[in-house]
Write a protein that binds this ligand. Structure first.
Ligand SMILES: CC(C)(COP(=O)(O)OP(=O)(O)OC[C@H]1O[C@@H](n2cnc3c(N)ncnc32)[C@H](O)[C@@H]1O)[C@@H](O)C(=O)NCCC(=O)NCCS
Ligand SMILES: Nc1ncnc2c1ncn2[C@@H]1O[C@H](COP(=O)(O)OP(=O)(O)OP(=O)(O)O)[C@@H](O)[C@H]1O
Length: 197
């Protein structure tokens, strides 16, 4: 079964992904692939420079992610332009990774995709788990993890579909307000219900 794992920024997807890999279920992480497809020399890297200018590069010619983030999370048009460049490459590479895991004989594979709904990628998966926290806790954890100001954190949160809307579209929801152990219990009971473990 191909499972989509989604949520909002800092809602706890990576925390749940780690639980999955710890129990031997492969996870294909869209954020990791999003970094690979913009490495120096990749077609998406060249297109980003064409669109955003060479000012977007750090001294070592890699993308200055902080700078690009400040632009796109404060300008919807620029964010959609970036998405248009990188999302097709991300989608293709994710499909390749799934095929590689399937060739190795894995029957449960999880795709960790923050923008599963926003980017209309739901057709890639059979079941969907949303990792949910309320916005107050999301903001608090995001600021703490990434050392963002209120404004920087809110710009990122508000560029995504609200988590209250995402849970309506989920097959299962992990409420990640409590301890990590409590979230793990919820994950395991979902996987048991779907006969994945
Ligand atoms: C803007 C960029 C350079 C900022 O890089 P940075 O290292 O600061 O953040 P990182 O990539 O680790 O993303 C952190 C989180 O931000 C959120 N996020 C990232 N891109 C977007 C986007 N285009 N729209 C809404 N939320 C996004 C996701 O929840 C993600 O988990 C980077 O996020 C990017 O290239 N985004 C476009 C690719 C994309 O959509 N990635 C998300 C996975 S599909
Ligand atoms: N149940 C929990 N209790 C306390 N802290 C938590 C819990 N779950 C996650 N966190 C912390 O909250 C932060 C966000 O979690 P995580 O990085 O897993 O989110 P994410 O959804 O993967 O974020 P992103 O979309 O940015 O990749 C991290 O610092 C993590 O350690």
């Amino acid at each position: 079964m191909i499972i989509g794992l989604t949520g909002g920024i800092a809602s706890g997807k990576s925390t749940v992904s780690k639980m999955l890999t710890d129990i031997g279920i492969p996870v294909v992480d869209a954020d990791v692939i999003a970094r690979e497809v913009v490495e120096i020399g990749e077609p998406a890297y060249e297109k980003i420079i064409e669109t955003f200018g060479a000012d977007i590069l750090a001294f070592d010619r890699n993308l200055d992610r902080k700078k690009l983030g400040t632009i796109v999370f404060n300008n919807e048009k620029q964010r959609l332009a970036l998405n248009e460049i990188v999302h097709p490459a991300i989608r293709k590479r994710m499909k390749d990774r799934v095929a590689q895991w399937q060739e190795k004989g894995y029957r449960t594979i999880v795709l960790d995709i923050p923008l599963l709904f926003e980017s209309k990628l739901t057709s890639m998966v059979e079941k969907i788990i949303v990792v949910y926290v309320d916005e107050e806790l999301q903001l608090e954890r995001l600021k703490l993890r990434d050392q963002f100001t209120d404004q920087e954190a809110m710009a990122r949160i508000s560029s995504q579909m609200p988590l209250q809307d995402k849970i309506l579209l989920a097959d299962e929801v992990i409420h990640n307000h409590g301890s990590i152990a409590e979230s793990k219990d919820q994950l395991l009971s979902i996987l048991r219900k779907w006969d994945c473990i």
